[in-house]
Each structure stands twice: as structure tokens, then as C-alpha cells.
Design a protein around this ligand. Structure first.
Ligand SMILES: *Cc1c(COP(=O)(O)O)cnc(C)c1O
Length: 225
């Protein structure tokens, strides 16, 4: 069932990308495994999944021990400063930076790594979706402050739309994030790359792709439940 689901999701990604004249190879499918055990993650990897998303550092550590660097790891949930040390070791991309304090800790703890730690800024484009994330108007000032830190690199933005049955409901939030990324791009801030827009989940990933997402985070459509 997992391989079929992955095939189905990939086909839907291809169709959504095609609709806006984009290549599906330019869209990264992050397979969200927060409710999934190692054997089922192995099934997903065998079926061609390359990127894994986890919400909690501690839960991810157990799975990381089994899977290690056979996948790229994405931290998509809120990160507490006391978990940063473990997080920077495991995760290739941290999607949930929403404060200078957290960014400073990530930079400090990444000093011994080969490369600056890649992060996305989580933006609260809606009031209901999550209590985390910076307000859109705070994103630019925060990014300007993070840009001068030595061992961290902002690579784009992430957002969540509120829960909905109708994917079209998410479009305004995704449009907002895309607009914000374009605005930040025009500022040409040193050490800031607006390469990634992480938006779209099972409920709304096709709409997200239409609005410019190049990282989508999918759990239920792959693992059911
Ligand atoms: C759980 C989760 C997802 C995946 O949601 P699904 O509805 O299972 O596709 C994506 N992003 C975040 C931040 C999540 O917590």
C-alpha cells in the first residue's frame, strides 16, 4: 500500500507541476513520518522516498539510529533551544526557525559542522493553523538579524494553512508566503537564499505547488490513517 500511495502522490505532484509549467524534479517530497515506525519508513525508502520529515527531535532520534543518512532529514515541528544540539546533528534542513534566540543557538551549535546549518523561517500566515511562526511583517527584520550569524543560512520560508476539507481554502495563505519570499528576495540580503518554499500537506499540496511550493510535506496520503 505504501508504494502505491507514493506512486499516486508523485503522479499528482507531476500533474500539479505540469499545470504551471514546472518540472516535478524541482519539487521535493518530504515524507512525514511522525506517526510511523521504522519498518514502514523502510518501506517508503525502498519505494523511492529520499526525504523524511519529523516533528520532534527525541522521537526522530530513535528512527535516525536505524536509518541514519540513507535519507535527508527535515525538522518540521517546533524546536526548543535545549534540543538544538541534537537537532543540528541529525537534520539537514530545519523548517521551523521563528526567533532570533533559536537561530543564535542553532548557529552556535553548528560551529563544528562542515557547512552552515540550513534553515527555513516559519511564518504564521494564519492565526488558527499553529501557535508557532513569526508574523509576516516580522519575517524580514528577523531574517536580517539571522543573516549576520556565522553558522546558519536562511534558505527560504515555511508555512502551514489551517485544517480544511477544501484545498482552495489554503490558497490565500500560500499566496501570502510566496509574496513575502519575493519581497525578501528584492532586498538581496547577504547570506540569505530564498530558494525554498515549504508549504502544502496532504490536504492541499496541489494548490501549494500551483502557488510556488518546491518542498511539500506529506504524511497521511502516504501512510494512511
Ligand atoms: C504532520 C505534518 C505534516 C503532514 O500532514 P499530513 O496531513 O499527514 O500530510 C506536514 N507539516 C507539518 C508541520 C506537520 O506537522
Amino acid at each position: 500500500m505504501i508504494p502505491e500511495n507514493i506512486r499516486g502522490v508523485k503522479e499528482r505532484i507531476r500533474l500539479a507541476a505540469g499545470k504551471i509549467g514546472k518540472n516535478d524534479r524541482d519539487i521535493t517530497l518530504v515524507c512525514v513520518t511522525k506517526t510511523v515506525d521504522v519498518p514502514r519508513i523502510e518501506e517508503a525508502l525502498a519505494a523511492g522516498v529520499t526525504d523524511i520529515g519529523e516533528n520532534y527531535v527525541q522521537a526522530a532520534e530513535i528512527k535516525f539510529k536505524a536509518i541514519e543518512y540513507r535519507a535527508k532529514w527535515h525538522l518540521i515541528g517546533h524546536l526548543q533551544t535545549n534540543k538544538v544540539k541534537e537537532a543540528v546533528r541529525m537534520f539537514d534542513l530545519i523548517h521551523s526557525v521563528d526567533s532570533l534566540k533559536l537561530a543564535e543557538e542553532i548557529s552556535k551549535r553548528s560551529a563544528g559542522l562542515l557547512d552552515p546549518k540550513k534553515v527555513l523561517i516559519e511564518v504564521k500566515t494564519s492565526e488558527e493553523a499553529t501557535k508557532y511562526g513569526v508574523l509576516p511583517e516580522q519575517a524580514l527584520p528577523l531574517i536580517e538579524k539571522i543573516a549576520v550569524l556565522p553558522h546558519i543560512k536562511v534558505m527560504g520560508l515555511m508555512t502551514m494553512a489551517p485544517f480544511t476539507e477544501n484545498p482552495e481554502d489554503s490558497r490565500p495563505y500560500f499566496e501570502r508566503l510566496k509574496k513575502l519570499s519575493l519581497l525578501i528576495l528584492t532586498k538581496r540580503i547577504r547570506n540569505v537564499d530564498m530558494r525554498y518554499l515549504s508549504m502544502g500537506m496532504t490536504q492541499d499540496f496541489e494548490v501549494a505547488i500551483e502557488e510556488g511550493a518546491n518542498i511539500i510535506r506529506i504524511g497521511h496520503a502516504i501512510f494512511g490513517g
